[in-house]
Design a protein around this ligand. Structure first.
Ligand SMILES: Nc1ncnc2c1ncn2[C@@H]1O[C@H](COP(=O)(O)OP(=O)(O)OP(=O)(O)O)[C@@H](O)[C@H]1O
Length: 259
């Protein structure tokens, strides 16, 4: 693939005797929403953890915009432009929605005390630029009414939206969403799908998403990889891949032989 933001080539990751990923390869094109699908324990989070540096693969290569990133620490990979949300919401408790979203800008904040002392206008100009980006994302995800609320007291659907906003503020090359709809009701899921599509449209995002809800997968994803027991069992356009008989078998098992 010529314009791949992310490439995984034959990625293998073991935990002791468990082969969590075996020879998995994907290429995510710029501007694409790429889904990771598969039953529980199939290796989806392990692949995301390999890409984001939490559990580097023992074999294979991971490239971001053509540059190898395997073995790098998670913060280095974040600095290279990979932003992530987590399966279990990971917000900063005791802080407001606005302050949580502002944290997404930290990779751009390189404090220079001397410059701030002698050129205070420089620091003020930087602060304004960060605020402008944050306000753009707040508008996009319709978070203005909740901006001053503490994140601890807002509903789960809103917390997940704040986490998405924080990731968007990092202006990522690659946005990795780990089950962004987990625990949501139908209405919250529909809103979240809309917000992700709007953000992709407005910001030209490239997205890798782990998702269990098949209605969400077909509404959002251009292509998907389906994993089972750490191995690729299908890859391609979302509707085709999830209709593959091997995928149906992985989810609901083999039909019993007629007696
Ligand atoms: N840190 C770890 N230590 C040991 N085994 C692990 C670790 N992380 C994952 N595994 C194992 O690797 C396999 C794949 O797990 P993984 O969490 O990647 O699956 P998943 O598809 O994301 O599942 P789910 O949909 O339930 O989140 C499982 O057998 C799991 O027990």
């Amino acid at each position: 693939m010529t314009d791949a933001v992310l490439e995984c080539r034959n990625v293998t990751r073991r935990f002791g005797g468990v082969v969590a990923l075996k020879d998995v390869s994907i290429a995510v094109a710029r501007g694409e929403i790429f889904g990771l699908v598969g039953p529980n324990g199939s290796g989806k989070t392990t692949l995301v953890n390999a890409i984001t540096g939490f559990y580097p693969p023992q074999q294979g290569q991971i490239l971001l915009d053509g540059q190898p990133i395997n073995g790098m620490k998670p913060f280095r990979i974040a600095d290279r432009g990979v932003a992530r949300t987590f399966q279990n919401v990971a917000l900063f408790h005791g802080m407001s929605v606005l302050d949580n979203i502002l944290m997404g800008r930290h990779i751009y904040m390189k404090p220079n005390p001397l410059a701030s002392l002698f050129y205070p206008w420089w620091a003020a100009r930087e602060e304004t630029a960060h605020r402008r980006k944050v306000e753009e994302v707040i508008d996009l995800l319709q978070l203005a009414p909740a901006r001053d609320e503490y994140v601890d007291v807002i509903p789960l659907g809103l917390q997940k939206r704040v986490e998405l906003a924080r990731a968007l503020c990092a202006e990522p090359r690659l946005l990795v969403l780990d089950e962004p709809m987990a625990g949501m009701n139908q209405e919250e899921k529909e809103y979240m799908v809309r917000f992700i599509l709007d953000a992709q449209d407005a910001l030209g995002l490239t997205v890798l998403i782990i998702e269990h809800h098949m209605d969400v997968v077909t509404a959002l994803c251009d292509r998907v990889l389906v994993l089972n027991n750490g191995q690729q069992i299908a890859q391609g356009p979302a509707r085709e891949a999830i209709a593959d008989p091997r995928v149906i078998e992985a989810y609901i098992g083999k039909p019993r032989d007629a007696a």
